[in-house]
Design a protein around this ligand. Structure first.
Ligand SMILES: Nc1ncnc2c1ncn2[C@@H]1O[C@H](COP(=O)(O)OP(=O)(O)O)[C@@H](O)[C@H]1O
Ligand SMILES: [Mg+2]
Length: 300
């Protein structure tokens, strides 16, 4: 069990899940007829391990740490809707036990060490394959609800962590989130992955598929905002707006919406990483957020 997953379970008050995990794995391997092997050491929010089905098909067993918010249900909903195109195929699932059996994919985009421009192309195209209408009965949070949640999260976490970025940066992120809430419309909303980054894009044949979706009913620009938050050092080495314009051109989407989701995601993820002391990345992400908000307040 990766230490980060064990820590997450304890913080979420799921110590019981942790002690019951060997039993749960044994139970599911019996019911689903799979042999479970080596665990993936880079998981953070779930126990993820190699598995092989009865007919010898390589698979992956993912058992999410139970916590408030319906995460397993949302992940299952995305994988059912995408049905193997854009995301990993879901072979079996049991929402009550937060359990998924997935098609086994290859190494991640991060393992391949490709230059940033090529990674952005791959991630952008992978995200675009996920975007599709969400049938009304499917229960996924809206982009507006997520932005609302992010505002509360940013304000609380920033104070708890002893203000690791400027107060003006937090205000800038909150205003950007408020603009995305105002812009939300069900007519423009599609299925959105919600966490498109290079560790969640895995080799599939001669292309890539995404794993680990958060699942939202939101404007597609949300996924590109996540691409704006990653690689923060490279982002601020040039004009950060160039990346937003490039993503907008490639997808035909709105550069302002991409930019604003990026502003929100950079601060919220910077704070997530600061809380678990993922350095120097947390400092770099919040440093980029500070530089961008200073630039915005001093005008173009
Ligand atoms: N379908 C899969 N095929 C191969 N490896 C996978 C698959 N799903 C997950 N993994 C591996 O397990 C890791 C963690 O899984 P992920 O679903 O991203 O969980 P977390 O929420 O902990 O990030 C991935 O980064 C990848 O290395
Ligand atoms: Mg992941």
């Amino acid at each position: 069990m990766p230490p980060a997953v064990a820590a997450k379970a304890r913080v979420a008050g799921s110590g019981g899940w942790l002690t019951g995990l060997p039993g749960l794995v044994a139970e599911l391997s019996r019911e689903w007829g799979v042999t479970v092997g080596r665990a993936f050491p880079d998981a953070t929010e779930a126990f993820v391990a190699e598995a092989v089905t009865a007919d010898g098909t390589p698979a992956v067993l993912k058992l999410l740490v139970p916590r408030a918010g319906g995460h397993a249900g949302h992940e299952i909903a995305v994988l059912r809707l995408t049905a193997g195109s854009g995301c990993a195929t879901l072979l079996r699932h049991d929402e009550a036990r937060h359990a998924l059996l997935l098609e086994r994919l290859g190494p991640s985009l991060a393992d391949l060490g490709l230059p940033l421009e090529r990674r952005l192309e791959i991630l952008c195209d992978a995200a675009a394959r996920v975007w599709r209408p969400v049938p009304a009965p499917v229960a996924l949070p809206t982009g507006a609800a997520k932005a609302e949640w992010l505002i509360g999260f940013i304000e609380r976490r920033w104070a708890d962590l002893g203000r690791p970025c400027a107060a003006a940066t937090v205000r800038h992120a909150v205003r950007a989130a408020e603009r995305r809430i105002a812009a939300h419309g069900d007519d423009r909303s599609v299925l959105v992955h919600g966490d498109v980054h290079q560790w969640n894009a895995l080799r599939a044949g001669d292309g890539f598929k995404l794993v680990d979706p958060d699942g939202l009913r939101a404007e597609p620009e949300y996924d590109l905002g996540v691409l704006m938050r990653e690689d923060p050092v490279e982002l601020v080495a040039g004009d950060p707006r160039d990346r937003a314009r490039w993503l907008a051109r490639r997808t035909g989407l709105d550069a302002t919406a991409i930019w604003e989701w990026g502003v929100v995601e950079r601060v919220s993820t910077g704070l997530v990483l600061a809380a678990i002391d993922v350095q120097p990345l947390a400092r770099q992400m919040l440093g980029a957020a500070d530089a961008i908000s200073r630039d915005a307040t001093s005008g173009p």
